[in-house]
Design a protein around this ligand. Structure first.
Ligand code: SAJ
Length: 453
């Protein structure tokens, strides 16, 4: 069967995107390298928690429009939504690892046909969409299929050497393309490449997937416009056509903006600790200024986006990004600062019992990736300063990094508070907000989120 869309990567972004396209009547072939994930999805289930996504996946699979598999298949459009993890550089900086994007791109090459649209959604350093194009043409050349996508191939070889010319880079408009880029006569259907980042907030994904504005950054004007038309099938937000490099940078910029602003709040929290001022009261008052909007301090910044993406900018332009780098460093130091506070408190006690409330990277989700709460709990367990009671109502068992420490137990919140000398509030889960403050009366409380003030 010929598909409308083939989506590579059925994770946090690929699965909701596939499902929503399928419920809009498009025939979607979803691809994942994990056989268990493919089986779960084909059974109408999902392999991670996100509110209401189960209903959407069931509807998509039930309609027959979404089917998952291990291998790509021919389609009109391909969407690459695989992870871009990082490796650690010499100074602890996170370097983009594009190997999954490259693998996924090379895997679709045998299936692409003239006129196909190839969209990258994965958060990526500037220039990655151009690399996607180059990987595709590299594979097509190996397959001896260059001629099938001649339009683009000839454009490339006639003096552009694989680079997108200024004439091919649309700016910020949504207009129909002019005849700016030189297509060879008779090649009416070149391959189209675009970068279309997602912006959804974990925990509120389905609403934001539909309602948020988007950017469709084409390597050519036609590609941006084609990508816009595709997302318009379900997106009610405005879709802005731009060029791929700007779209790539926009995604990184959005998350860096948030990181820098959280770093400001975290730095304030350290200053306030020294000056004996309640930082939350300070921020509440400062935010009454009409042009001030300070974010909230916490135990550090977690998740797979904000704690990672700014490094992709720093890596691309290291000499001119000291602010973004420093913000990352300020936020990365915060978990160690909390650990030091707990150690200082514990030093006053014999055989202290420390309750760590929350392990997720933020409130009301089960995602432990890059979680400062996990990092703090693991560091406390390693330090061997006392018994550590780990609490996370959104997961069923003690997470792997905490296993193997004899002094660590996985317990319910009420039990942990009852037994603890020191209560460290790490995540502002709704269920923790409801805890009776009376139970905390004789405890040393380190509230990193200002939840119990
Ligand atoms: N945090 C604070 N203080 C705050 C706000 C957040 O310490 O005032 C912490 C959170 O506790 C968490 C981290 O920052 O550890 C990140 O949480 P978040 O809710 O700010 O963001 P994410 O990582 O869940 O999702 C972000 C979003 N980006 C922006 O808001 C600019 C989302 O829209 C993106 O789609 C997502 O990254 C992504 O996939 O890139």
């Amino acid at each position: 069967m010929k598909h409308d869309i083939c989506v590579l990567g059925l994770g946090y972004i690929g699965l909701p995107t596939s499902s929503i396209f399928a419920t809009k009547g498009l025939r979607v072939h979803g691809v994942d390298v994990r056989a268990d994930v493919v089986d779960i999805i084909n059974g109408g289930g999902l392999h991670f928690h996100e509110p209401d996504l189960d209903v959407l996946v069931r509807a998509a699979v039930g309609s027959g429009n979404l089917r998952a598999g291990l291998q790509p298949a021919p389609a009109d459009a391909f969407i690459i939504a695989v992870p871009t993890p990082f490796s650690l550089g010499p100074q602890g900086e996170k370097l983009p690892d594009l190997s999954y994007v490259e693998q996924a791109t090379r895997a679709i090459a045998p299936h692409v046909r003239p006129g196909n649209l190839i969209i990258l959604e994965s958060t990526s350093p500037v220039g990655t969409t151009e690399r996607v194009r180059d990987w595709i043409f590299d594979e097509l050349a190996k397959l001896g299929k260059g001629a099938e996508v001649l339009g683009y191939a000839v454009t490339r070889s006639s003096g552009e050497s694989g680079k997108t010319s200024a004439a091919q880079q649309p700016r910020t408009n949504n207009q129909e393309p002019t005849t700016s880029h030189q297509e060879p006569p008779g090649a009416a259907q070149p391959l189209l490449f675009a970068y279309c980042p997602e912006r959804v907030l974990p925990g509120n994904m389905l609403k934001e997937l539909v309602a948020n504005d988007r950017i469709a950054g084409g390597l050519t004007p036609e590609a941006g416009i084609a990508a816009k038309a595709l997302y318009q099938r379900f997106c009610t937000g405005e879709i802005f056509v731009s060029d791929a490099r700007t779209a790539e940078m926009a995604k990184l910029t959005e998350n860096s903006f948030r990181d820098v602003n959280i770093a400001f709040a975290n730095e304030l929290s350290l200053i306030c600790e020294e000056l004996r001022i309640d930082v939350w009261e300070l921020i509440r008052l400062a935010n009454r200024h009409p042009r001030v909007k300070i974010l909230q301090p916490g135990p550090g910044v977690g998740g797979h986006c904000i704690a990672v993406d700014p490094w992709f900018i720093v890596h691309s332009a290291p000499k001119v990004s000291p602010l973004i780098r420093t913000a990352r460093e300020v936020n990365d130091r915060k978990p160690h600062h909390i650990v030091e506070r707990v150690k200082t408190a514990a030093a006053r006690l014999r055989e202290p019992v420390i309750a760590c409330l929350g392990l997720a990277f933020k409130a009301d989700i089960d995602d432990l990736r890059e979680s400062p709460a996990m990092e703090i709990t693991v560091e406390l367990a390693r330090a061997g300063i006392g018994r550590v009671l780990a609490v996370e109502p959104h997961v069923r068992e003690l997470p792997k990094p905490l296993r193997g420490f004899p002094a660590v137990e996985f317990v319910e919140a009420a039990d942990a508070i009852r037994r603890a000398d020191i209560v460290v509030l790490l995540v502002n889960h709704r269920s923790f907000a409801a805890i009776d403050r009376e139970l905390l009366r004789d405890k040393i409380v380190i509230d990193t989120r200002g939840l119990w003030r």
